[in-house]
Design a protein. Structure first.
Length: 358
């Protein structure tokens, strides 16, 4: 019995050095070549998917089987040097990680990167130009495949100079100079048209538009969309039905009396916060939504829109899709790297528009 224990101990001890060696020593191309009974250069060609006539299908399969069996992992640093770039994509944001619902841009960008075997590196700079430049330079040192530069609201920007040295897309913003990088932005005109159509389709013909005072692509684009939808329905644009307020809850409250006095049966609000203020004041005055007046918002800021009473019908800003399309463009060698790519703003139907307005 003691002899058996001694034999077991020897066998156990004899196996340990081999196990430790396999776990601690990385597998090399030479190891793969020895197992496959071929040369290191042949293994390298197979690893890089080079179609060379002298490598038979049988040899190629032996190499691949050896790679799988040994658990070989290529040296990422060496691959980066050969390709000239890494498996990283950079995302520089101004305050997107803390802005309401806009973190969906990160989610979309990350998913697009993962789908093609890339990892997203994120730098949130809070709009500090010095930090932006340093983050971009750091990403360049990591040899990122490209950089998506994003802002939390849609507007014109001065493109950071270090972005000239890398494949770049702008997400939810656009450059203020000719030949700026490709901009992936929401289609504000289509969004404004869709919001107005949600009311027109339910029989409303006298529709007010509560717009923002702040100059922006959203202000002009949504107004143009509102006008287009009216024109397509044969309704003459009436300037007396458009109002400009601060783009917040107080702005919505401040315009409620004028909206009611205008005789409008439906209202398109610049954003959900304006709609929330309009709800408050109209309901306080005895108006029933949507029985007396129907309301459509914009943004789909869900913490507001889904919890109003009744829940607010709105048009969504496509933050997830903006991020997704931005990274997709970086990885698409055939994508144009200048101009604008418009992303559709989809309707979100809830309960603030009357079903059949007579």
């Amino acid at each position: 019995m003691n002899q058996r224990k001694s034999t077991d101990a020897k066998e156990e001890g004899a196996s340990k050095p081999h196990s430790i060696k396999n776990e601690s020593k990385p597998v090399t191309l030479k190891d793969v070549a020895q197992r496959a009974h071929t040369s290191v250069s042949t293994v390298s060609l197979v690893m890089n998917n080079k179609k060379v006539s002298r490598i038979s299908p049988e040899v190629r399969e032996k190499v691949l089987e050896s790679i799988r069996a040994l658990g070989y992992r290529p040296n990422a640093m060496a691959q980066n040097l050969v390709r000239g770039y890494s498996q990283f994509i950079g995302l520089v944001t101004d305050s997107i990680a803390t802005a309401p619902f806009a973190g969906q841009i990160i989610h979309g960008a990350q998913n697009a990167a993962w789908e093609q075997g890339y990892v997203l590196l994120i730098a949130n700079t809070e709009g500090n130009r010095g930090l932006e430049d340093e983050a971009i330079r750091m990403f360049l040192r990591y040899k990122v495949r490209g950089i998506a530069f994003s802002t939390w609201y849609h507007h014109s920007i001065e493109v950071p100079k270090p972005l000239e040295n890398v494949r770049t897309v702008l997400v939810n913003c656009f450059g203020n100079k000719k030949n700026s990088p490709l901009a992936i932005v929401p289609d504000e005109i289509q969004g404004g048209r869709t919001a107005t159509q949600l009311l027109l389709e339910r029989g409303h013909s006298k529709i007010a538009f509560v717009n923002t005072r702040a100059e922006s692509p959203a202000k002009t684009g949504r107004l143009d969309g509102y006008k287009q939808a009216l024109k397509e329905s044969g309704i003459t644009f009436d300037p007396s039905l458009t109002f400009e307020v601060e783009p917040n809850q107080e702005g919505g409250r401040s315009v409620a009396r004028r909206v009611k006095d205008s005789g409008a049966t439906g209202v398109f609000c610049h954003n959900d916060r304006v709609a929330m203020g309009l709800y408050d004041e109209l309901q306080r005055g005895g108006s029933r939504i949507p029985d007396d007046i129907s309301i459509v918002g914009f943004d789909d800021q869900e913490i507001i829109a889904a919890h109003l009473s009744p829940p607010l019908t709105t048009v969504a800003l496509p933050h997830y899709q903006l991020g997704y399309e931005g990274v997709k463009a970086i990885l698409n060698e055939d994508a144009p790297m200048t101009g604008k790519q418009l992303v559709v703003c989809p309707p979100v139907i809830r309960a603030s528009v009357a079903t059949n307005w007579q």
